[in-house]
Design a protein around this ligand. Structure first.
Ligand SMILES: [Ca+2]
Ligand SMILES: [Ca+2]
Ligand SMILES: [Ca+2]
Length: 324
């Protein structure tokens, strides 16, 4: 404890007045508090000492700043209240009482993140990943992130990494945004970023013929041949009912109403990405077919009992050469 009696030759018991200024740090600057005080009116002032502590009137070792009336305290921690006082001393090292005490603290700020990167569209039930960036703590502390998946702060992610994923279960348009906070001083939180508009559609199955093979040698009219075919659900949602894959005889590669049905098979319900087959189906080449090149077209969900993400990708064909 400093306990200097003030029985001094020149009795330099001089009230000091401090004016405290906080320098709001930029990203590159250090945490600092700038001090200024009125000069002592004593006749033989030799210098000043700055005292600083985290409890009122309980200071650490003083800093002898010389005969100046301003000083900047550097390297301070944010969110800590510093209590500061000054004394003056004369040419024979007699020291005054403390000045009035002032207190201040370094404010920490975290800049807001950039608008999120990630897909502006998706489907229900599927995970979507979004990433933010461009944020920082002015004190260079590490930061954490929170995502607002709806844009009104009613569907918030946990605080965590700059890249987080969301699975929406309801179709709609969502305004996704993010904010950052200091990982050490978690009450220091940035504003929200701008919003990324994300449109989520209802997920659906999508049936296709994934493989179709048949005879590679010429076939005769009326001949029974074996087709090998696989039907796949490449969509993001399961089918829940049986579907029918049919095989048609065609003079062109396009399935049309007039094409001749050769045969069919039943395909059970398929989960997302599941494949039924390959399965062999025997069909008979039309007896009236004349020599030439024909097409056998397989059609998934040919009776259209399943609403699909795409109804126009359900066919696949092979060519067959007929010779007597
Ligand atoms: Ca389809
Ligand atoms: Ca046709
Ligand atoms: Ca369909």
């Amino acid at each position: 404890m400093r306990n200097t009696p003030l029985l001094l030759r020149n009795s330099i018991v001089i009230p000091l007045i401090l004016f405290l200024t906080l320098l709001f740090s930029s990203i590159e600057s250090v945490a600092q508090i700038k001090l200024a005080w009125d000069p002592s009116t004593g006749p033989d002032v030799a210098g000043y000492r700055v005292y600083c502590g985290i409890a009122s009137r309980t200071y650490g070792a003083p800093i002898d700043v010389g005969n100046v009336t301003t000083y900047t305290l550097n390297g301070l921690s944010p969110a800590v209240v510093y209590n500061i006082a000054v004394t003056t001393y004369d040419t024979t090292n007699n020291e005054s009482a403390y000045s009035n005490e002032v207190s201040g603290q370094i404010p920490e700020t975290v800049s807001l993140p950039t608008v999120l990167g990630g897909s502006p569209s998706g489907i229900t039930g599927a995970s979507n990943t979004y990433t933010t960036g461009g944020f920082s703590s002015n004190l260079k502390h590490s930061v954490q992130f929170q995502f607002d998946w709806k844009g009104d702060a009613t569907d918030l992610s946990p605080w965590g990494s700059a890249s987080q994923s969301k699975t929406w279960t309801v179709a709609g348009t969502y305004k996704v945004r993010a904010r950052a906070r200091c990982a050490t001083h978690t009450s220091v939180v940035s504003s929200w970023s701008g919003s990324l508009s994300v449109t989520i559609a209802v997920s659906k199955p999508d049936l296709i013929i994934s493989t179709l093979t048949g005879p590679t040698m010429p076939v005769a009219p009326g001949q029974v041949i074996t087709l090998s075919e696989a039907t796949k659900n490449q969509g993001s949602r399961a089918t829940t009912v049986n579907t029918v894959t049919r095989f048609y005889w065609s003079t062109n590669s396009t399935y049309e109403a007039g094409d001749v049905l050769l045969g069919q098979r039943t395909v059970g319900p398929l989960t997302a990405e599941a494949i039924s087959g390959p399965v062999s189906t025997s069909v008979k080449i039309p007896t009236m077919a004349v020599s030439g090149t024909y097409y056998i077209i397989a059609v998934a969900d040919s009776t259209n009992v399943v609403a699909e993400a795409s109804e126009t990708d359900n066919t696949k064909y092979i060519t067959v050469n007929v010779s007597p």
